[in-house]
Write a protein that binds this ligand. Structure first.
Ligand code: ATP
Ligand code: MG
Length: 445
């Protein structure tokens, strides 16, 4: 019993006292058996949604038509779903209608894989009609009942199979694997949002490189609506053809697990595949991820590419200040501090992404990254708001000028000069420099 389950136990008791059946179900049962930390605790019950709402003081009607009510209890939220079956499948997508049923077993039967089709009662007994426990012990991912039927009902389960196999290091049962290959064409009907969510969980999960291997072996992405950027498609094809992938690329994918943040893993994957910023954005747009995510990804990839050029052009020959100035220009003038921090996290964990760092001794590489990090952490200013002058100050000083593009440009130059340490962040010094910038441009500092 984990703390998370103990905390949720009173919810089962409330429903049982009212004469309903109520059990923990799905992922939380699976992860409890494996001794893994629980992400969320889901509850299935014979109580109808309105009966659940009546039983608890604080509920949110999350998905009434699917029988789901969210119950808030001691600061946590729990999804409580009425026992149901899903009968009317349309176009290989999940149904718009469900039937409520009274039997727990019927509810478990509608689920995807045996390891996800176990329930746990309040007294700790496991309800496992399809052999999920045995499959977990054997390390096997298997559809509940007839694999062909399950995957045809909801083709997203094909992608979910890969996610669970990768995250839990399972083999995929023979019959399930054959059904995956047979029905993968149905993925063309699945909304990209749902596929994107599963891919995100694959990358964030405990087996990102296993997921990549399964995806390549099954060619699933080719059958979805996603248009893959060319380098990604090429890498997948090489993976399948048993042609050794570029060794660095292989090592990088195997090392994704070293990064704790999912966004860093996506960035590292794109770097390993040599995607450029446009291709990274394209991928995220295809997967329907939030635009803030794709712009951050594009910034990190863009910065990475330019840093490769900086390293390529020879660090050893330049003074350390000279080349780390280029880093500062990229951060302040173009990609921003957040991208810089992310790039440092990624390259520290996966130095293989910067081949030029490999040729130097590990000590030198580390010293170079330390130097970049130091410049980043000691930037006198990196956004206009931090400057000791405002645009209105500069405008007031230029008596015969109207506000215009020149003003923004001058402010940006002042910011860059300050960040580079060419001028102290003081009002009079900056106003003097503004005068010179207006006549000389960036040659002024
Ligand atoms: P995770 O820990 O990654 O959240 P999970 O098993 O909880 O894993 P969810 O996607 O949260 O996965 O789904 C909860 C449960 O609902 C699953 O364990 C499974 O029983 C059932 N389920 C979810 N999606 C499907 C689906 N497409 N088809 C059938 N059953 C599903
Ligand atoms: Mg879950």
């Amino acid at each position: 019993w984990s703390d998370a389950l103990t905390k949720a136990l009173p919810l089962l008791h409330v429903l049982e006292e009212r004469g309903f059946e109520a059990v923990f179900v799905g992922g939380c049962v699976r992860d409890t058996i494996l001794g893994k930390e629980l992400k969320d605790v889901d509850i299935a019950t014979s109580a109808a949604p309105e009966e659940v709402i009546a039983a608890f003081p604080h509920t949110i009607p999350t998905g009434l038509q699917h029988g789901t009510v969210t119950v808030v209890h001691e600061g946590e939220t729990y999804e409580m779903t009425t026992f149901r079956t899903e009968s009317a499948y349309e176009q290989f997508r999940r149904p718009t209608q469900v039937q409520f049923v009274t039997s727990l077993e019927a509810d478990l039967l509608r689920r995807d894989f045996t390891i996800n089709s176990m329930a746990m009662r309040a007294d700790g007994t496991i309800v496992d009609p399809f052999g999920g426990l045995a499959d977990l012990r054997r390390g096997l991912l298997r559809c509940v009942g007839d694999a062909d039927a399950r995957l045809q009902e909801d083709a997203l389960r094909i992608v979910r199979a890969v996610r669970f196999a990768a995250a839990y290091r399972l083999r995929i049962a023979h019959g399930t694997w054959r059904a995956i290959l047979r029905h993968r064409g149905l993925l063309a009907h699945i909304a990209m949002e749902r596929v994107g969510l599963e891919l995100d969980k694959m990358i964030a999960g405990s087996g990102p490189h296993q997921a990549a291997a399964w995806l390549a072996a099954s060619r699933l992405l080719e059958y979805t609506k996603v248009k893959l950027p060319e380098p990604l498609a090429a890498a997948a094809a090489r993976y399948r053809s048993d042609e050794p992938m570029h060794a660095n690329m292989q090592t990088a994918i195997e090392s994704l697990i070293e990064l704790s943040q999912p966004e860093d893993r996506w960035a590292a994957l794109c770097m390993a595949l040599s995607l450029n910023a446009e291709q990274g954005t394209e991928l995220f747009v295809e997967l329907k991820y939030a635009s803030a995510r794709s712009s951050q990804l594009a910034a990190v990839i863009g910065l990475h590419r330019e840093m490769l050029d900086v390293f390529e052009s020879g660090i050893a020959s330049a003074s350390s200040k000279q080349w780390s100035n280029r880093w500062v220009r990229l951060i302040v003038g173009k990609y921003g501090v957040a991208a810089a921090r992310e790039w440092l996290r990624v390259t520290r964990a996966l130095p293989i992404l910067v081949p030029m760092l490999q040729s130097d001794s590990a000590d030198t590489s580390l010293a170079l990254l330390d130097e970049l990090e130091h410049r980043l952490n000691t930037l006198p200013a990196f956004i206009l708001k931090q400057l000791a002058v405002k645009g209105s100050d500069v405008l007031a000083q230029q008596k015969d000028r109207q506000a215009g593009r020149w003003l923004g440009q001058t402010m940006n130059e002042l910011l860059l000069a300050t960040a580079l340490g060419a001028v102290p962040n003081e009002k009079q010094a900056l106003l003097n420099l503004a005068d010179r910038i207006i006549t000389l441009g960036s040659a002024a500092y």
